[in-house]
Design a binder for this molecule. Structure first.
Ligand code: HEC
Ligand code: HEC
Ligand code: HEC
Ligand code: HEC
Ligand code: HEC
Ligand code: HEC
Length: 301
């Protein structure tokens, strides 16, 4: 947010023919230095101090705009820390240094509560349970997808590996058949307005030109959903059984792989052939761990 204001101000100053332009440029340099300090967290471990630095930066930007004779006025109200936010910070000072795991990502509070100035209430509620996380993937995507031109894979590594092939959680994943045919992420995920969407069965039918792909879409997703559920249940049973260390490490490898498949979130669309094959084999293996005596019997006969 403050970066956007800075960009706009820098442009105004660059275009200015006023005598104050040189002074304006040096004020902008000071402002950007402060913003940078906050962003990088250099010696800033205190939210109030960081807010102050950003506020000083804004003063400098405003002064620079005045010197440059620009009519652009940043909206200051959107930078004022909300009272409710301060109430949270009285107990949670230091939250800006905390990164929290969510949706398979490491979520940095700093860029969001300091630089973006998001209210805590965007993502947390006290209604049911103190501090409950109420954000959703679409809360995040609303901002992160503003620049849909950016390479999807720069933020969606998991999906990229399932689709394009590679190694993830000890799985060797071959390239998906549609990726082989050079269908890219955008072909399924961008609508006509170039917005990122969650594609439904219509997208399959549209590109393949056959109504039967509607059924295929459903079948693929049902099969992966069922396999994943069964595997989760089998892992639960295995955890209760007495396993050798070797078996425990097999189970935990399968658990990591399952987590990656769940985090992919496409229920098999990104690589149905691989996911179905992997889950089927993993299920067989984990079920056999639950009944160790079987192995001994097969050995005896
Ligand atoms: C009076 C002090 C106080 C205030 C004010 C306060 N909290 Fe907390 N909060 C706590 C304590 C204590 C914990 C538990 C810390 C722990 O278990 O490590 C906590 C935990 C949390 C957690 C973690 C919950 C979890 O399940 O792990 C979140 C998120 C949170 N608070 C958000 C907020 C938000 C948002 C506000 C403002 C609306 C707020 N808090 C105001 C004291 C406070
Ligand atoms: C854009 C979303 C977002 C905003 C805004 C946000 N948080 Fe969080 N916060 C998260 C996520 C995601 C987690 C981790 C997931 C969970 O708690 O289930 C988290 C976790 C926390 C935790 C627990 C940290 C831990 O590891 O013990 C606290 C405390 C917390 N937030 C406080 C705050 C406070 C205070 C604010 C406002 C200054 C705030 N958050 C703003 C998304 C957000
Ligand atoms: C108001 C807009 C906004 C919202 C809402 C938002 N973000 Fe961000 N997020 C940003 C900006 C801006 C950055 C810093 C610039 C960047 O790295 O893209 C950032 C940075 C991040 C980063 C670090 C990226 C990196 O490469 O270091 C992660 C991870 C992230 N956000 C995840 C989330 C998640 C998860 C949510 C939802 C719980 C969320 N964001 C909600 C704007 C937002
Ligand atoms: C700058 C980072 C970033 C880029 C680039 C990005 N995304 Fe996202 N996207 C996110 C974050 C953060 C979320 C929320 C957490 C998650 O689902 O991983 C998200 C969520 C999604 C979702 C779920 C949306 C919802 O409403 O539940 C889809 C689908 C998606 N992205 C597809 C894409 C595609 C396709 C591209 C490329 C055109 C792309 N993303 C580019 C960061 C990004
Ligand atoms: C053949 C079509 C297709 C292609 C190609 C495709 N996706 Fe998807 N993707 C889907 C479908 C279908 C879903 C599930 C949507 C749902 O369940 O709502 C999905 C889900 C997602 C999600 C959301 C996962 C979640 O957390 O819920 C992300 C992120 C995503 N895809 C990113 C990508 C990226 C990145 C690429 C390219 C490397 C890609 N997709 C290629 C069809 C596709
Ligand atoms: C933008 C175009 C495009 C979209 C959208 C698309 N596909 Fe494909 N798909 C292809 C191409 C290209 C191939 C590889 C060539 C071939 O064998 O037909 C392929 C191959 C397939 C195959 C294996 C071979 C075959 O032709 O039957 C299946 C099954 C399939 N896609 C299902 C789906 C499903 C389900 C969706 C919706 C999530 C979908 N596709 C979305 C282009 C697309």
């Amino acid at each position: 947010m403050i970066n956007a204001v800075y960009q706009q101000a820098a442009q105004e100053v660059r275009q200015s023919r006023s005598d104050g332009r040189t002074k304006a440029e040096s004020l902008l340099e000071e402002a950007v230095f402060n913003i940078d300090v906050v962003e990088r967290g250099k010696s800033v471990h205190n939210m109030n101090y960081s807010q102050e630095l950003l506020s000083v930066s804004l003063d400098k930007i405003e002064e620079a705009l005045l010197l440059a004779g620009s009519s652009y006025k940043p909206d200051r109200t959107s930078f004022r820390p909300q009272n409710a936010q301060n109430a949270c910070l009285s107990c949670h000072s230091g939250i800006e240094e905390i990164k929290s795991p969510v949706f398979g990502l490491s979520f940095p509070h700093k860029s969001h509560v300091l630089i973006q100035n998001l209210a805590c209430a965007t993502c947390h509620s006290n209604a049911k349970k103190h501090g409950e996380f109420i954000g959703s993937k679409s809360t995040c995507a609303a901002c992160h997808h503003k620049d849909a031109k950016k390479d999807c894979a720069s933020c969606h590594e998991t999906q990229k590996i399932f689709y394009q092939g590679g190694t993830l959680a000890d799985m060797k994943i071959p390239k998906d058949i549609m990726a082989e045919a050079e269908t890219d992420c955008a072909a399924c995920h961008l609508n006509k307005q170039k917005q990122v969407v969650r594609p439904g069965a219509d997208s399959c039918v549209e590109c393949h030109g056959e109504e039967s792909y509607r059924k295929k879409f459903q079948e693929w997703r049902d099969s992966i959903k069922t396999l994943a559920q069964n595997l989760r249940a089998a892992l639960g049973d295995a955890r209760k059984a007495a396993l050798t260390d070797e078996q425990k490490s097999q189970a935990s490898a399968v658990q990591s792989a399952l987590t990656a498949i769940e985090q992919d979130g496409s229920l098999g669309i990104h690589n149905h052939a691989f996911m179905e094959d992997f889950l089927t084999r993993a299920l067989k293996k984990i079920k056999s761990l639950g009944t160790p005596s079987n192995n001994e019997q097969t050995d005896l006969h």
